[in-house]
Design a protein around this ligand. Structure first.
Ligand code: ADP
Ligand code: MG
Length: 601
C-alpha cells in the first residue's frame, strides 16, 4: 500500500487530479454547513441575474434560483450518482462476466447474447428509453446509467475470466475438491478484482457525464452563464477523476513499475566517461564491460567489468550460476539489453577493432544477425508462432541481403539441411508448434547461421532440452564451428557441456570473471575456490561413489555487493584481506581473481 501511494505520488498528473478532486469532494461535503441560499426557492423577480450580482455570486436561473447553491448541491448529487452508478454497474457487470466466463458453454452463450442485445442499442438511446419507461428523476437516471454500463463490465470481465478459468491453479483447486462457489470466490474473483476496480475508477467520470447529459437534455434556451458554470464544474470533475484513475491503473500494474511495459529503446543506453584503449587483436574483444540496471533508487551492477576475447574459430565458454550476469554480458555486446532499465556504464566491445558500445543504431542493426548472431535458450519464444519456419528463415536472410524470394526460400531449406533436420523441404513448411524442442532449437541455430556470421553467441541453447538432444545439438554446433570457422561464445551453467565443446572457459560470479583459462587446465586443476566447488557439483559417470557437495549460501544480490571478493561469504578460506579492497584478475592466459588460489598443478 505504501509502495502504491509512493508510485501514485510520482505521477504528477494523478496528484493534480487527486488534489482537484479532493478540493471538490471536501467543498461538496461541507455544502449543508455553508451559508447558501436554498437551491429550490424560486423568486421570479430575480430571474436571470448576471454573475457577481448582490447575494448571487454566480447569478440566478430562469426561475430566480441561486446558481452557486444549485451548482454545489448539484455537484454533490452528481458525484454520488456517478459513484453509485459505477459501483452498481461494476458489481453487476463483473458478476455476470465472471459467471459467464467461468462456466462457459451454454451459460456463457445465453448470458452473452443477452449482453450483446443490450450492446446493440445506441448507448444514450437506451438510457433515454429506460428513463422514459421509469419516469424522470435522479434515481431513475442512476438506474439507466448503471444499466447501460453493465454490458461494458460484463464483456471486459468475461474475457479476463475466460483467460483465468483454465489456468493450472484453477484446475488444481478443482482437483482438490473445491466447489464452484469457493473456486469463484477464492481463485477467480481476486484475480479479476484489480481490473474491476480500475475499470470503475476510469468510468466514474464517464458516468457523471452521462447523468449530467440526461439532466441537461431537459434544458431550454437560457443565457450562457447558467450552463457554462456547471459545464466547467463537470469538466473539472471528470478530468480529475480520469487523471487519478489513470494514475491508479499505472501504479497497480507491477509491469509498469519496472518500466517493462514502456517500449525499450532500439539499443542499450550508454553512459560511460572513458573508453579503454584498444587491446591486442582478436575477433571480438570485450574490455572492462560494465552494465547496470537502474530501477528507481536501486542500482543492480549486473556486469561489473568483464573482459573476454574471442579469436576466429575459437569456442569460449562462459559459465556461472543463474543470475551471475552471463546473459547481460552477452546481450551487451550488440546493445540488446533493454533500456530502460539497462545502461552500459563502462568498457568497450570491439569487433575487429571497431567499438560497438555507443555505435549508431543503424550500424548495430546492420551487424546484428549478419556478423554476430545469437541463439537463445527457448526457441519457442524466439520463433513467431504464426509463420512457417521456412518463411521466418527466408525473412532473416532478406533483412540483410537483397535476394529474391525464391532464392531465400531455397537457402532456408539448405540451412535446415545444414542443421541436420531430416526432410528439410517438408519441415520448412511446418509451424513452430509442429516441431519438437530439439528441432526448434535446430531451427534457432539455422536462423543464427542464416547470414553466415563470424560469431555466434549461444545463451544456454541446450538448457531447455533433454540430455540426448542436448548432446546432438552440441555436436552439431561443434561440427558447424569446424566447417565454417565460427567463433562461439557459449554460455552455460554446466561444466559438462563446457568440457565437450569449449577451448577456453571463463567462470563468472556476481557480475565478474573470477577465473579464466584453457578448458582442460581449469577442469583438471581449478584455481579459484568457487570454480573448485562448482566442478565438485558435477556428477561423473563411473566416477565412483563420492559426496556431491552443494555450495553453502547464496550468490550475493548485485545491488548490494560486498567489498572485496564477492565469494568470500561462502568461501571456507576467506579471511579479512579477502573482504577489503579490490582483488585483481591476476595472471596471463590462466587468470584467477583470488588472494588464496588453490595450488595449480
Ligand atoms: P544469468 O547469468 O543467469 O544469465 P543475467 O545476466 O540474466 O544472469 O542477470 C544478471 C543479474 O542482472 C541478475 O542478478 C538480475 O537480478 C539482474 N537483472 C537482469 N535483468 C534485469 C532487469 N531487467 N532489471 C533489474 N535487474 C536485472
Ligand atoms: Mg541467462
Amino acid at each position: 500500500m505504501r509502495l502504491f501511494l509512493k508510485l501514485l505520488a510520482r505521477n504528477r498528473l494523478a496528484v493534480f487530479g487527486a488534489a482537484v478532486l479532493g478540493v471538490i469532494v471536501i467543498v461538496v461535503l461541507l455544502v449543508p454547513l455553508l451559508p447558501l441560499a436554498d437551491p429550490d426557492v424560486t423568486s421570479t423577480g430575480d430571474r436571470f441575474q448576471r454573475p457577481f450580482s448582490a447575494g448571487h455570486p454566480l447569478g440566478t436561473d430562469h426561475l430566480g434560483r441561486d446558481l452557486l447553491s444549485r451548482l454545489l448541491w448539484g455537484t454533490r448529487l452528481s458525484l454520488a450518482v456517478g459513484f453509485a452508478a459505477a459501483v452498481i454497474a461494476g458489481t453487476i457487470g463483473a458478476g455476470i462476466g465472471v459467471i459467464a466466463g467461468y462456466f462457459g458453454g451454454r451459460v456463457d452463450n445465453v448470458i452473452m447474447r443477452g449482453v450483446d442485445m443490450l450492446m446493440a442499442f445506441p448507448y444514450i438511446l437506451l438510457a433515454l428509453a429506460i428513463v422514459a419507461a421509469l419516469g424522470p428523476g435522479l434515481m431513475n437516471a442512476l438506474i439507466a446509467v448503471a444499466a447501460v454500463n453493465v454490458p461494458f463490465f460484463a464483456r471486459n470481465i468475461r474475457g479476463i475470466t475466460v483467460g483465468i478459468a483454465h489456468r493450472e491453479f484453477v484446475d488444481a483447486a478443482r482437483l482438490s475438491g473445491m466447489g464452484h462457489g469457493r473456486i469463484l470466490l477464492s481463485e477467480i474473483v481476486p484475480n479479476v478484482l484489480p481490473v474491476v476496480v480500475i475499470a470503475m475508477s476510469t468510468t466514474i467520470g464517464w458516468m457523471i457525464l452521462e447523468t449530467a447529459g440526461l439532466s441537461f437534455l431537459g434544458l431550454g434556451s437560457q443565457p450562457p452563464h447558467t450552463s457554462v458554470v456547471p459545464g466547467v464544474m463537470i469538466l473539472l470533475i471528470v478530468m480529475s477523476i480520469n487523471l487519478l484513475g489513470d494514475g491508479v491503473r499505472d501504479a497497480l500494474d507491477p509491469r509498469l513499475r519496472s518500466g517493462a511495459l514502456s517500449r525499450p529503446m532500439a539499443a542499450t543506453l550508454v553512459d560511460r566517461d572513458t573508453v579503454p584503449d584498444a587491446q591486442g587483436p582478436g575477433l571480438l574483444a570485450i574490455d572492462g564491460l560494465r552494465t547496470e540496471f537502474r530501477v528507481g533508487p536501486r542500482l543492480y551492477k549486473a556486469v561489473g567489468g568483464v573482459s573476454l576475447s574471442l579469436a576466429p574459430g575459437e569456442c569460449v565458454g562462459l559459465i556461472g550460476e543463474s543470475g551471475s550476469g552471463k546473459s547481460v554480458t552477452a546481450l551487451s555486446v550488440m546493445g540488446l539489453v533493454a533500456s530502460p532499465p539497462g545502461v552500459i556504464t563502462g568498457g568497450a566491445v570491439r569487433l575487429e577493432g571497431e567499438d560497438l558500445i555507443g555505435a549508431p543504431y543503424a550500424r548495430l542493426r546492420s551487424l546484428r544477425g549478419d556478423r554476430v548472431a545469437y541463439i537463445f535458450q527457448d526457441p519457442l519464444a524466439t520463433l513467431h508462432p504464426l509463420y512457417r519456419v521456412g518463411d521466418q528463415l527466408a525473412e532473416a536472410i532478406r533483412v540483410h541481403h537483397a535476394v529474391s524470394r525464391e532464392a531465400a526460400a531455397a537457402r532456408a531449406v539448405k540451412l535446415l539441411a545444414d542443421v541436420r533436420i531430416p526432410n528439410p523441404e517438408a519441415r520448412a513448411r511446418a509451424f513452430p508448434h509442429e516441431l519438437s524442442g530439439g528441432m526448434r532449437q535446430r531451427v534457432g541455430i539455422a536462423m543464427a547461421l542464416a547470414n553466415e556470421p563470424e560469431i555466434i553467441i549461444a545463451d544456454e541453447p541446450t538448457t531447455a532440452l533433454d540430455v540426448t538432444v542436448q548432446a546432438q545439438i552440441l555436436s552439431l554446433l561443434d561440427d558447424l564451428r569446424r566447417e565454417r570457422g565460427l567463433a562461439i561464445l557459449f554460455i552455460t551453467h554446466d561444466f559438462g557441456v563446457v568440457g565437450q565443446l569449449c577451448d577456453r572457459v571463463a567462470v563468472m560470479y556476481a557480475g565478474r570473471i573470477v577465473e579464466e583459462g584453457r578448458t582442460e587446465e581449469v577442469l583438471a586443476s581449478p584455481a579459484h575456490p568457487y570454480t573448485k566447488r562448482l566442478i565438485a557439483c558435477v556428477p561423473e559417470l563411473g566416477g565412483g561413489r563420492r559426496w556431491l557437495e552443494a555450495i553453502p549460501g547464496l550468490p550475493p544480490a548485485v545491488d548490494s555487493l560486498p567489498e572485496g571478493c564477492a565469494f568470500a561469504p561462502r568461501c571456507a578460506k576467506a579471511d579479512d584481506a579477502c573482504r577489503t579492497g579490490e582483488i585483481a584478475l591476476a595472471g596471463d592466459g590462466r587468470k584467477v581473481r583470488c588472494l588464496k588460489p588453490e595450488v595449480v598443478a
